[in-house]
Write a protein of this length. Structure first.
Length: 90
C-alpha cells in the first residue's frame, strides 16, 4: 500500500489505544505496528476491537504477519472486509 494513502480518522482512533509508542499525530500507511508497540496480546485485542467496531469478521487467511505489519496493511485488510460503500470513516 502506498505511503500516501490516507488512513481514515475513525480507524486511527480505533487502533491508537493499542499502540503505546504512537504520538498524537496522524498515523501513516507505512508506520510499522510493531515499532509503535503492538505486541501479540495487543494483536488479539485489536482484532476483537476492529471486528466489533466495524461489525465484521476477518477471514482466517487474513490473520497473518503481513496484515499486522503496518497501519496501511491493516487498513487494507479491514477495508476489503467492509461492505461496499462503507470504506470511509466508520
Amino acid at each position: 500500500m502506498p505511503a500516501s494513502v490516507l488512513i481514515p480518522r475513525a480507524f486511527q482512533d480505533m487502533v491508537r489505544p493499542f499502540l503505546p509508542y504512537a504520538d498524537a499525530g496522524e498515523l501513516g500507511a507505512s508506520d510499522e505496528l510493531a515499532a509503535l508497540g503492538l505486541d501479540s496480546m495487543g494483536v488479539v485485542q485489536l482484532l476483537a476491537a476492529l471486528e466489533e467496531g466495524y461489525d465484521l469478521e476477518f477471514a482466517d487467511e487474513a490473520l497473518n504477519q503481513d496484515t499486522f505489519a503496518t497501519i496501511g496493511s491493516l487498513w487494507q485488510t479491514v477495508s476489503e472486509a467492509l461492505p461496499a460503500g462503507q470504506h470511509g470513516d466508520a
